[in-house]
Design a protein around this ligand. Structure first.
Ligand SMILES: [Zn+2]
Length: 424
Protein backbone atom coordinates (compact mmCIF):
# COMPACT_ATOMS: atom_id res chain seq x y z
CA UNK A 1 0.00 0.00 0.00
CA UNK A 2 1.31 3.41 -0.90
CA UNK A 3 1.87 5.86 1.90
CA UNK A 4 -0.31 8.89 1.54
CA UNK A 5 1.52 12.12 2.24
CA UNK A 6 -0.61 15.12 2.99
CA UNK A 7 1.13 18.45 3.28
CA UNK A 8 -0.68 21.36 4.77
CA UNK A 9 0.70 24.67 3.53
CA UNK A 10 0.30 27.34 6.15
CA UNK A 11 0.70 30.93 5.21
CA UNK A 12 -0.31 34.34 6.36
CA UNK A 13 -0.98 36.89 3.67
CA UNK A 14 1.80 39.50 3.80
CA UNK A 15 -0.27 42.46 2.63
CA UNK A 16 -2.24 42.80 5.86
CA UNK A 17 -0.05 44.24 8.62
CA UNK A 18 -2.11 43.08 11.58
CA UNK A 19 -2.20 39.41 10.60
CA UNK A 20 -0.41 36.99 12.93
CA UNK A 21 0.46 33.36 12.41
CA UNK A 22 2.13 30.97 14.84
CA UNK A 23 3.12 27.39 14.23
CA UNK A 24 3.62 25.78 17.65
CA UNK A 25 5.70 22.60 17.71
CA UNK A 26 5.62 20.95 21.16
CA UNK A 27 6.46 17.32 22.00
CA UNK A 28 2.89 16.66 23.13
CA UNK A 29 -0.56 18.16 22.70
CA UNK A 30 -3.32 17.60 25.25
CA UNK A 31 -6.33 18.58 23.17
CA UNK A 32 -8.74 18.92 26.11
CA UNK A 33 -9.64 15.24 26.04
CA UNK A 34 -6.58 13.17 25.14
CA UNK A 35 -2.82 13.31 24.65
CA UNK A 36 -1.38 13.44 21.13
CA UNK A 37 2.23 13.26 20.04
CA UNK A 38 3.98 14.37 16.89
CA UNK A 39 1.48 17.08 16.07
CA UNK A 40 1.76 20.83 15.63
CA UNK A 41 -0.82 23.55 16.08
CA UNK A 42 -1.26 26.45 13.70
CA UNK A 43 -2.80 29.67 14.93
CA UNK A 44 -3.95 32.40 12.58
CA UNK A 45 -5.07 35.66 14.17
CA UNK A 46 -7.47 34.76 17.01
CA UNK A 47 -8.24 31.18 15.92
CA UNK A 48 -6.77 27.71 15.92
CA UNK A 49 -6.87 26.82 12.22
CA UNK A 50 -5.01 23.51 11.95
CA UNK A 51 -3.74 20.62 14.03
CA UNK A 52 -1.77 17.97 12.25
CA UNK A 53 1.38 15.87 11.95
CA UNK A 54 4.42 18.10 12.46
CA UNK A 55 6.12 16.64 9.38
CA UNK A 56 3.17 17.66 7.22
CA UNK A 57 2.90 21.30 8.29
CA UNK A 58 4.85 23.54 5.94
CA UNK A 59 4.82 27.21 6.84
CA UNK A 60 5.31 29.88 4.22
CA UNK A 61 5.18 33.64 4.50
CA UNK A 62 4.94 35.44 7.83
CA UNK A 63 4.40 32.45 10.09
CA UNK A 64 6.39 32.43 13.33
CA UNK A 65 7.56 28.88 14.09
CA UNK A 66 7.89 28.21 17.82
CA UNK A 67 9.80 25.02 18.61
CA UNK A 68 8.96 23.74 22.10
CA UNK A 69 11.09 20.70 22.91
CA UNK A 70 10.11 18.87 26.11
CA UNK A 71 6.85 20.82 26.27
CA UNK A 72 3.14 20.04 26.35
CA UNK A 73 0.63 22.30 24.62
CA UNK A 74 -2.90 22.40 26.03
CA UNK A 75 -6.01 24.56 25.91
CA UNK A 76 -5.83 27.69 28.05
CA UNK A 77 -7.05 26.58 31.47
CA UNK A 78 -10.48 27.57 32.78
CA UNK A 79 -10.82 28.61 36.41
CA UNK A 80 -14.29 27.50 37.47
CA UNK A 81 -14.67 29.56 40.63
CA UNK A 82 -12.81 32.81 41.13
CA UNK A 83 -13.34 36.11 42.90
CA UNK A 84 -11.00 38.55 41.19
CA UNK A 85 -12.29 41.27 43.53
CA UNK A 86 -11.08 39.47 46.66
CA UNK A 87 -7.57 38.90 47.95
CA UNK A 88 -6.38 36.29 50.47
CA UNK A 89 -8.13 36.40 53.85
CA UNK A 90 -4.84 36.08 55.75
CA UNK A 91 -4.00 39.51 54.33
CA UNK A 92 -7.37 41.12 55.09
CA UNK A 93 -10.45 39.37 56.47
CA UNK A 94 -13.45 38.97 54.17
CA UNK A 95 -15.51 41.24 56.45
CA UNK A 96 -12.94 44.04 56.19
CA UNK A 97 -12.59 43.69 52.44
CA UNK A 98 -16.35 44.01 52.00
CA UNK A 99 -16.88 46.81 54.53
CA UNK A 100 -13.66 48.86 54.63
CA UNK A 101 -12.02 48.61 51.22
CA UNK A 102 -13.41 51.04 48.65
CA UNK A 103 -14.57 49.69 45.31
CA UNK A 104 -11.82 51.73 43.61
CA UNK A 105 -9.16 50.06 45.77
CA UNK A 106 -10.63 46.64 45.11
CA UNK A 107 -10.75 47.21 41.35
CA UNK A 108 -7.13 48.38 41.34
CA UNK A 109 -6.18 45.11 43.02
CA UNK A 110 -8.42 43.13 40.66
CA UNK A 111 -6.55 44.39 37.59
CA UNK A 112 -3.37 42.88 39.07
CA UNK A 113 -5.24 39.65 39.91
CA UNK A 114 -6.54 39.43 36.34
CA UNK A 115 -3.05 39.76 34.91
CA UNK A 116 -1.57 37.17 37.29
CA UNK A 117 -4.35 34.73 36.41
CA UNK A 118 -3.73 35.06 32.68
CA UNK A 119 0.04 34.76 33.05
CA UNK A 120 -0.48 31.51 34.99
CA UNK A 121 -2.17 30.08 31.90
CA UNK A 122 -5.81 30.54 32.96
CA UNK A 123 -7.35 32.19 29.92
CA UNK A 124 -10.95 32.04 31.20
CA UNK A 125 -12.48 32.48 34.65
CA UNK A 126 -16.00 32.02 35.92
CA UNK A 127 -16.07 34.78 38.53
CA UNK A 128 -18.78 33.97 41.05
CA UNK A 129 -19.69 37.14 42.87
CA UNK A 130 -18.25 40.60 43.45
CA UNK A 131 -18.71 40.25 47.25
CA UNK A 132 -19.86 43.77 47.95
CA UNK A 133 -18.23 45.49 44.96
CA UNK A 134 -21.49 45.87 43.01
CA UNK A 135 -20.98 45.26 39.31
CA UNK A 136 -17.25 45.98 39.31
CA UNK A 137 -16.78 42.50 37.81
CA UNK A 138 -18.77 43.57 34.75
CA UNK A 139 -16.56 46.66 34.33
CA UNK A 140 -13.42 44.57 34.77
CA UNK A 141 -14.62 42.13 32.12
CA UNK A 142 -15.30 44.97 29.68
CA UNK A 143 -11.86 46.53 30.27
CA UNK A 144 -10.27 43.14 29.46
CA UNK A 145 -12.44 42.63 26.37
CA UNK A 146 -11.59 46.12 25.12
CA UNK A 147 -7.87 45.41 25.51
CA UNK A 148 -7.39 48.08 28.19
CA UNK A 149 -5.79 45.62 30.63
CA UNK A 150 -4.54 42.04 30.21
CA UNK A 151 -6.71 39.39 31.79
CA UNK A 152 -8.69 36.22 31.24
CA UNK A 153 -12.04 36.12 29.42
CA UNK A 154 -14.63 36.40 32.18
CA UNK A 155 -18.00 34.85 32.88
CA UNK A 156 -19.40 37.03 35.67
CA UNK A 157 -22.15 36.70 38.27
CA UNK A 158 -22.39 40.30 39.48
CA UNK A 159 -23.73 40.72 43.00
CA UNK A 160 -25.19 37.20 43.56
CA UNK A 161 -28.43 36.48 45.48
CA UNK A 162 -28.91 35.60 49.14
CA UNK A 163 -31.97 35.04 51.34
CA UNK A 164 -32.73 37.82 53.81
CA UNK A 165 -30.84 37.39 57.06
CA UNK A 166 -28.47 34.72 55.83
CA UNK A 167 -25.39 36.50 54.49
CA UNK A 168 -22.60 38.57 56.02
CA UNK A 169 -20.78 40.60 57.14
CA UNK A 170 -22.30 39.68 60.51
CA UNK A 171 -21.68 40.01 64.20
CA UNK A 172 -22.77 43.58 64.83
CA UNK A 173 -25.33 45.23 67.05
CA UNK A 174 -28.64 44.76 65.24
CA UNK A 175 -29.13 48.56 65.21
CA UNK A 176 -26.54 48.73 62.42
CA UNK A 177 -27.53 48.35 58.81
CA UNK A 178 -24.53 46.54 57.37
CA UNK A 179 -23.68 46.58 53.67
CA UNK A 180 -23.85 42.97 52.52
CA UNK A 181 -21.55 40.92 50.27
CA UNK A 182 -24.49 39.95 48.01
CA UNK A 183 -28.05 41.09 47.19
CA UNK A 184 -30.84 39.86 49.48
CA UNK A 185 -34.16 38.89 47.89
CA UNK A 186 -37.05 36.57 48.71
CA UNK A 187 -40.30 35.19 47.31
CA UNK A 188 -41.76 36.87 44.27
CA UNK A 189 -39.15 39.63 44.46
CA UNK A 190 -36.61 37.09 43.19
CA UNK A 191 -37.93 37.43 39.66
CA UNK A 192 -37.25 41.17 39.65
CA UNK A 193 -33.79 40.79 41.21
CA UNK A 194 -32.72 38.10 38.72
CA UNK A 195 -33.85 40.29 35.82
CA UNK A 196 -32.13 43.34 37.30
CA UNK A 197 -28.85 41.44 37.79
CA UNK A 198 -29.00 40.19 34.19
CA UNK A 199 -29.69 43.73 33.01
CA UNK A 200 -26.60 44.96 34.84
CA UNK A 201 -24.36 42.37 33.22
CA UNK A 202 -24.62 39.00 34.99
CA UNK A 203 -23.70 36.16 32.60
CA UNK A 204 -24.75 33.61 35.21
CA UNK A 205 -26.93 33.97 38.29
CA UNK A 206 -25.36 32.85 41.53
CA UNK A 207 -27.59 31.93 44.44
CA UNK A 208 -26.72 30.86 47.97
CA UNK A 209 -28.96 27.81 48.56
CA UNK A 210 -27.69 27.65 52.14
CA UNK A 211 -25.40 29.60 54.40
CA UNK A 212 -24.11 29.82 57.94
CA UNK A 213 -27.23 31.30 59.45
CA UNK A 214 -28.28 32.47 62.91
CA UNK A 215 -26.27 33.36 65.99
CA UNK A 216 -24.61 29.93 66.14
CA UNK A 217 -23.47 30.31 62.52
CA UNK A 218 -24.70 26.86 61.50
CA UNK A 219 -25.09 26.06 57.81
CA UNK A 220 -28.80 25.82 57.00
CA UNK A 221 -30.83 25.78 53.78
CA UNK A 222 -32.07 29.28 52.98
CA UNK A 223 -34.37 29.41 49.95
CA UNK A 224 -37.33 27.09 49.49
CA UNK A 225 -37.34 24.83 46.45
CA UNK A 226 -40.07 27.00 44.88
CA UNK A 227 -37.94 30.10 45.29
CA UNK A 228 -34.97 28.33 43.69
CA UNK A 229 -37.16 27.16 40.82
CA UNK A 230 -38.33 30.73 40.25
CA UNK A 231 -34.72 31.90 40.05
CA UNK A 232 -33.80 29.12 37.60
CA UNK A 233 -36.87 29.69 35.40
CA UNK A 234 -36.34 33.45 35.27
CA UNK A 235 -32.65 33.11 34.41
CA UNK A 236 -33.33 30.32 31.88
CA UNK A 237 -35.84 32.43 29.97
CA UNK A 238 -32.93 34.75 29.09
CA UNK A 239 -30.67 31.81 28.23
CA UNK A 240 -28.66 31.98 31.44
CA UNK A 241 -27.84 29.28 33.92
CA UNK A 242 -27.86 29.36 37.71
CA UNK A 243 -25.05 28.22 39.97
CA UNK A 244 -25.71 27.42 43.61
CA UNK A 245 -23.48 27.78 46.61
CA UNK A 246 -24.48 24.80 48.75
CA UNK A 247 -22.69 22.95 51.49
CA UNK A 248 -25.59 21.16 53.23
CA UNK A 249 -27.19 18.01 51.84
CA UNK A 250 -30.66 19.63 51.93
CA UNK A 251 -29.48 22.87 50.29
CA UNK A 252 -27.83 20.79 47.57
CA UNK A 253 -30.96 18.65 47.09
CA UNK A 254 -33.22 21.68 46.64
CA UNK A 255 -30.78 23.33 44.22
CA UNK A 256 -30.43 20.12 42.17
CA UNK A 257 -34.22 19.64 41.98
CA UNK A 258 -34.67 23.31 41.00
CA UNK A 259 -32.40 22.79 37.98
CA UNK A 260 -29.15 24.64 38.73
CA UNK A 261 -26.17 23.88 36.47
CA UNK A 262 -23.49 23.53 39.14
CA UNK A 263 -23.19 23.13 42.88
CA UNK A 264 -20.34 25.07 44.46
CA UNK A 265 -18.51 23.48 47.44
CA UNK A 266 -20.82 20.52 48.25
CA UNK A 267 -19.08 19.71 51.54
CA UNK A 268 -22.10 18.03 53.16
CA UNK A 269 -22.99 15.96 50.11
CA UNK A 270 -23.80 12.31 50.75
CA UNK A 271 -23.47 9.48 48.24
CA UNK A 272 -27.25 9.65 47.74
CA UNK A 273 -27.11 13.39 46.98
CA UNK A 274 -24.24 12.90 44.54
CA UNK A 275 -26.19 10.11 42.81
CA UNK A 276 -29.04 12.60 42.41
CA UNK A 277 -26.58 15.11 40.90
CA UNK A 278 -25.38 12.45 38.46
CA UNK A 279 -28.97 11.58 37.52
CA UNK A 280 -29.96 15.23 36.96
CA UNK A 281 -26.73 16.16 35.15
CA UNK A 282 -25.63 18.73 37.71
CA UNK A 283 -21.86 19.28 37.98
CA UNK A 284 -19.87 19.79 41.18
CA UNK A 285 -17.25 22.49 41.62
CA UNK A 286 -15.55 21.21 44.80
CA UNK A 287 -13.32 24.21 45.75
CA UNK A 288 -10.99 22.04 47.82
CA UNK A 289 -8.30 24.69 48.20
CA UNK A 290 -10.50 27.34 49.79
CA UNK A 291 -11.38 25.42 52.96
CA UNK A 292 -7.84 24.08 53.12
CA UNK A 293 -6.42 27.62 53.01
CA UNK A 294 -8.90 28.94 55.59
CA UNK A 295 -7.98 26.09 57.98
CA UNK A 296 -4.34 27.11 57.60
CA UNK A 297 -5.17 30.79 58.21
CA UNK A 298 -6.76 29.64 61.48
CA UNK A 299 -3.49 28.04 62.55
CA UNK A 300 -3.68 24.49 61.22
CA UNK A 301 -0.33 23.18 59.99
CA UNK A 302 -0.81 20.48 57.38
CA UNK A 303 1.31 17.42 58.10
CA UNK A 304 2.02 18.20 61.74
CA UNK A 305 -1.41 18.81 63.30
CA UNK A 306 -4.45 16.52 62.90
CA UNK A 307 -6.76 17.48 60.05
CA UNK A 308 -9.66 19.73 61.08
CA UNK A 309 -13.13 18.21 60.59
CA UNK A 310 -13.89 20.55 57.68
CA UNK A 311 -10.82 19.38 55.75
CA UNK A 312 -11.70 15.72 56.37
CA UNK A 313 -15.29 16.30 55.31
CA UNK A 314 -14.19 17.94 52.07
CA UNK A 315 -12.04 14.96 51.13
CA UNK A 316 -14.84 12.51 51.99
CA UNK A 317 -17.49 14.39 50.01
CA UNK A 318 -15.22 14.90 46.99
CA UNK A 319 -14.43 11.19 46.92
CA UNK A 320 -18.15 10.34 47.21
CA UNK A 321 -18.83 12.59 44.22
CA UNK A 322 -16.15 10.79 42.19
CA UNK A 323 -17.63 7.44 43.25
CA UNK A 324 -21.07 8.58 42.07
CA UNK A 325 -19.49 9.67 38.75
CA UNK A 326 -20.65 13.25 39.12
CA UNK A 327 -19.23 15.58 36.51
CA UNK A 328 -16.45 17.45 38.30
CA UNK A 329 -15.57 21.02 37.38
CA UNK A 330 -12.28 22.57 38.40
CA UNK A 331 -12.56 25.69 40.50
CA UNK A 332 -10.71 26.64 43.65
CA UNK A 333 -12.58 29.69 45.01
CA UNK A 334 -9.38 31.57 44.25
CA UNK A 335 -9.30 34.94 45.95
CA UNK A 336 -9.53 33.14 49.28
CA UNK A 337 -5.95 32.23 48.31
CA UNK A 338 -3.64 34.03 45.89
CA UNK A 339 -4.62 34.76 42.29
CA UNK A 340 -2.07 33.22 39.94
CA UNK A 341 -1.78 30.19 42.23
CA UNK A 342 -4.89 28.65 40.63
CA UNK A 343 -3.01 25.40 39.90
CA UNK A 344 -3.19 24.68 43.63
CA UNK A 345 -6.77 23.41 43.18
CA UNK A 346 -5.76 21.06 40.36
CA UNK A 347 -2.98 19.68 42.55
CA UNK A 348 -5.45 19.11 45.39
CA UNK A 349 -7.85 17.32 43.02
CA UNK A 350 -5.10 14.83 42.14
CA UNK A 351 -3.92 14.53 45.74
CA UNK A 352 -7.47 13.58 46.77
CA UNK A 353 -7.73 10.83 44.17
CA UNK A 354 -8.44 12.02 40.63
CA UNK A 355 -6.04 11.09 37.81
CA UNK A 356 -4.02 14.01 36.42
CA UNK A 357 -5.45 13.64 32.90
CA UNK A 358 -9.00 13.67 34.29
CA UNK A 359 -8.18 16.85 36.23
CA UNK A 360 -6.90 18.44 33.02
CA UNK A 361 -10.15 17.51 31.27
CA UNK A 362 -12.05 19.17 34.12
CA UNK A 363 -10.02 22.37 33.79
CA UNK A 364 -10.47 22.52 30.00
CA UNK A 365 -13.19 20.71 28.03
CA UNK A 366 -15.46 19.82 30.98
CA UNK A 367 -15.49 23.35 32.38
CA UNK A 368 -16.03 24.79 28.89
CA UNK A 369 -19.01 22.51 28.19
CA UNK A 370 -20.61 22.97 31.62
CA UNK A 371 -20.21 26.76 31.40
CA UNK A 372 -21.69 26.86 27.89
CA UNK A 373 -18.52 28.06 26.12
CA UNK A 374 -17.46 24.80 24.46
CA UNK A 375 -17.99 26.40 21.04
CA UNK A 376 -15.42 29.07 21.94
CA UNK A 377 -12.65 27.57 24.03
CA UNK A 378 -11.58 24.60 26.18
CA UNK A 379 -10.17 22.41 23.41
CA UNK A 380 -7.37 22.44 20.86
CA UNK A 381 -9.67 22.20 17.90
CA UNK A 382 -9.99 23.91 14.56
CA UNK A 383 -12.04 27.13 14.56
CA UNK A 384 -11.95 27.57 18.33
CA UNK A 385 -10.32 30.63 19.88
CA UNK A 386 -6.54 30.41 20.13
CA UNK A 387 -6.48 30.15 23.93
CA UNK A 388 -3.34 28.12 24.46
CA UNK A 389 -0.98 27.22 27.29
CA UNK A 390 2.40 25.58 26.78
CA UNK A 391 4.26 24.16 29.76
CA UNK A 392 7.59 22.39 30.18
CA UNK A 393 7.07 18.71 31.06
CA UNK A 394 3.97 16.53 30.93
CA UNK A 395 1.09 17.60 33.20
CA UNK A 396 -0.92 14.49 32.23
CA UNK A 397 1.63 12.65 34.41
CA UNK A 398 2.63 15.35 36.88
CA UNK A 399 -0.04 18.01 37.33
CA UNK A 400 2.45 20.43 38.93
CA UNK A 401 4.19 20.75 35.56
CA UNK A 402 1.40 23.26 34.85
CA UNK A 403 3.48 25.68 36.92
CA UNK A 404 6.31 25.60 34.33
CA UNK A 405 4.59 28.06 31.99
CA UNK A 406 6.37 28.75 28.69
CA UNK A 407 3.74 30.28 26.43
CA UNK A 408 0.30 31.80 26.97
CA UNK A 409 -1.91 32.85 24.07
CA UNK A 410 -5.40 34.23 24.48
CA UNK A 411 -7.49 35.12 21.44
CA UNK A 412 -4.29 34.50 19.47
CA UNK A 413 -2.41 37.25 21.34
CA UNK A 414 0.92 36.18 22.81
CA UNK A 415 0.88 37.26 26.47
CA UNK A 416 3.70 35.09 27.78
CA UNK A 417 6.68 34.13 25.70
CA UNK A 418 9.36 32.45 27.83
CA UNK A 419 11.26 31.01 24.85
CA UNK A 420 11.77 34.65 23.81
CA UNK A 421 10.60 33.99 20.28
CA UNK A 422 10.87 37.03 18.05
CA UNK A 423 7.45 37.70 16.60
CA UNK A 424 7.03 39.03 13.11
ZN1 LIG B 1 -16.75 31.70 46.11
Amino acid sequence: MKALLVFVILSVPCYAQKETGYLLQPDRVFDGEKLLTGVSVFVHNDKIVAIGPTAGMKPTGDVTVIKLPGCTLLPGLIEGHSHLLLHPYNETSWNDQVMKESDAYRVARATVHASKTLMAGFTTVRDLGSEGAGYADVGLKMAIEDGVIPGPRMIVAGRAIVATGSYGPKGFDTDFTVMLGAEPADGNNLMQVVRDQIGKGADVVKVYADYRWGIRDEARPSFSIDELKLIVETAASSGRSVVAHASTAEGMRRAIMAGVSTIEHGDGGTLEIFQLMKEKGVALCPTISAGYAIAQYKGWQAGTLPEPDGVKQKRTSYQAAIQAEVKICAGGDVGVFAHGDNVRELEMMTEYGMMADAVLRSATSVNADVFGIGNLTGRIKENLKADILVVQGDPTKNISDLRNVRVVLKDGILYRNEPGIKTK
